[in-house]
Ligand binder design. Structure first.
Ligand code: FBP
Length: 542
């Protein structure tokens, strides 16, 4: 465990009071009402024989709530860090305290790794004291360790039985909650008493839909990135000499890029989902960028900011198929290098791979994570685009001298930021909701909140069955049941707002600089929520 040195700012934040939804404000006086039944998809019934359907749960204040004496909960972080995680721990701890009979809150270090080894830390009130509203996941650390089938499930069961856990809370994204969902089915089948509960985390924002309005961490991450991109926009406008190619995190979905675009109004924004849907080739992407640069040059403008989602590379026609083929080949032999892989590829895939710069070819072969994901955060897609655009510009004599470009990648900068007020309150409430689900022995549920556009007091506290979120997906050459990611909706208000404004933003400089996010002052600033979420709630794209 990390021994905490703490800045004065962190002390101030740790002592800033949090807000709860009304349904949780008299904790432990809260119960869940059962609403409509949700079922597992028919093609997945074989994976969830014990949990084929379950009701959606909605919290309501209730003085006659069930009691568990000495309730004991285990908790872990899994996957990439996201702002607000420590507040989930604080929410769990405060819930246990208000129940009055503290059996204990136990944190497992390094995600599922620590759980499998049974390495736990007791998260006492004293220990958690200065962690409220702090960034990072370093109190427990995290990993992308995956539970691999029955043998791992049995080890987890043994740890949960030994510790007499009433609940195990998994704070993670789609892959981690996939683990949680399958583990819950195993526990149900084995009639174990520990309730497995998920908490929706990821800066990517793709753990959405299935009644989840937004995952925690996305709001803060978008605010940090929007500040940085806003600054870059003003730099380009001040010196008027550079194009900035900025790649942003978001492994599969472009939610972070879309949110940043709505906040900052950059010159041009690529959205992977649009590229895939419209089948836009790499050459076409490059020629539209060159065209944009030419049109702006005609106006005397030789600068601008272009946003590139990191997941773009996986969605470009041709490269998408190539990546699937590479995934299958690397799953069979992870030792392939650029030379050996060409011999195993079909001619079409080999030609596409060979057409890319050598550095990108190497990056496409980097190790997949335990869930089979390509390491898109390590593929320099923004540099690839910049170099291909440059090659084209060099064929246009009038532009050669005036074109200058810089590349950036923003992602790791945002994942451990101090949580915004939105994420701070959201995570604290999610922790309490998870504890309430454990108390009712609701195995296989995810803690969620809806009505997030309203004041915190009016948020609706709910539980949704994890199994209802699963679909089948091809990973590492095989089909697996996994939680479905939600990509940017091209008919949704957020994307439509971007589309409607894209020509204006491309030709007139409309940059907005949102500045650093705030904890004090005008609530419209300090308590703002993601713009895309607001547009969805308002149901418009204006
Ligand atoms: P999660 O889905 O686990 O929240 O992680 C998301 C993410 O931040 C992506 O945006 C990024 O591609 C990836 O993690 C990077 O992962 P790593 O830290 O393993 O390089």
């Amino acid at each position: 465990m990390f021994k905490k040195d703490i800045s004065y700012f962190s002390v101030v934040r740790a002592n800033s009071p949090l807000q709860l939804p009304n349904q949780l404000s008299d904790f432990p006086c809260v119960c869940f009402r059962e609403e409509n039944n949700l079922s597992v998809r028919p093609e997945l019934e074989e994976y969830f024989p014990s949990m084929q359907s379950a009701p959606l749960l909605v919290a309501e204040k209730d003085v006659n709530c069930p009691e568990i004496h000495g309730m004991r909960i285990g908790v872990l972080f899994s996957g990439g860090p996201a702002p607000g995680g420590h507040n989930v721990l604080v929410g769990l701890s405060d819930a246990l305290t208000s129940i009055g009979s503290i059996g204990g809150l136990f944190g497992f270090e390094n995600g599922f790794e620590g759980l499998l080894n049974g390495e736990k830390i007791e998260l006492t009130n004293d220990l958690l004291q200065n962690w409220t509203n702090s960034g990072g996941f370093h109190l427990l650390s995290t990993s992308r360790k995956k539970l691999n089938g029955t043998a791992d499930f049995e080890k987890v069961a043994q740890v949960c039985v030994e510790l007499a856990l009433d609940g195990l809370v998994v704070i993670g994204g789609d892959d981690s909650n996939t683990n949680a969902g399958l583990l819950a089915e195993f526990f149900q089948k084995e009639k174990l008493k520990t309730a497995i509960i998920g908490v929706p985390k990821t800066i990517d924002g793709d753990l959405k839909g299935h009644s989840i309005e937004v995952s925690f961490g996305h709001d803060t991450a978008a605010k940090v990135i929007s500040e940085l991109v806003g600054n870059v926009c003003l730099d380009s406008l001040s010196f008027k000499k550079n194009y900035h190619f900025v790649r942003l995190m978001g492994r599969h979905a472009s939610h972070l890029t879309l949110e940043t675009a709505l906040q900052v109004q950059p010159t041009y924004t690529l959205i992977s989902e649009q590229i895939r849907k419209e089948g836009i080739s790499l050459q076409k992407i490059v020629s539209s960028l060159v065209n944009l640069i030419k049109r702006r040059a005609d106006q005397g403008k030789h600068y601008g900011v272009i946003l590139v989602p990191e997941g773009l590379i996986e969605q470009i026609p041709g490269i998408d198929t190539l990546i699937c083929v590479l995934n299958d080949l690397l799953a069979r032999d992870p030792n392939h290098n650029v030379e050996t892989i060409h011999q195993s590829l079909d001619p079409a895939s080999s030609t596409i791979l060979g057409s890319l710069p050598e550095s990108i070819q190497e990056q496409l072969l980097y190790d997949r994570d335990a869930h089979g994901n390509v390491a898109v955060s390590r593929i320099d897609t923004e540099r690839l685009l910049l170099s291909l655009v440059k090659q084209e510009i060099e064929k246009i004599p009038s532009l050669i001298k005036s074109f200058s470009a810089v590349s950036h990648f923003f992602g790791y900068e945002c994942r451990c930021a101090h949580p915004s007020w939105f994420d701070a309150n959201y995570c604290y409430s999610l922790g309490m909701c998870a504890a309430a689900l454990v108390r009712e022995k609701r195995n296989g549920y995810m803690a969620i909140m809806t009505d997030l556009e309203k004041d915190v007091s009016s948020w609706q506290v709910k539980g949704i069955p994890l199994m209802s979120m699963f679909h089948k997906e091809r990973r590492e050459g095989q089909w697996f049941p996994v939680i479905r990611k939600t990509l940017v909706d091209l008919n949704g208000p957020g994307f439509l707002a971007l589309k409607k404004n894209s020509e204006t933003w491309a030709t007139n400089d409309c940059f907005l600089s949102p500045g650093p996010y705030q904890f004090e002052g005008d609530k419209k600033v300090s308590h703002s929520i993601p713009k895309a979420l607001l547009l969805e709630k308002e149901g418009c794209g204006d």
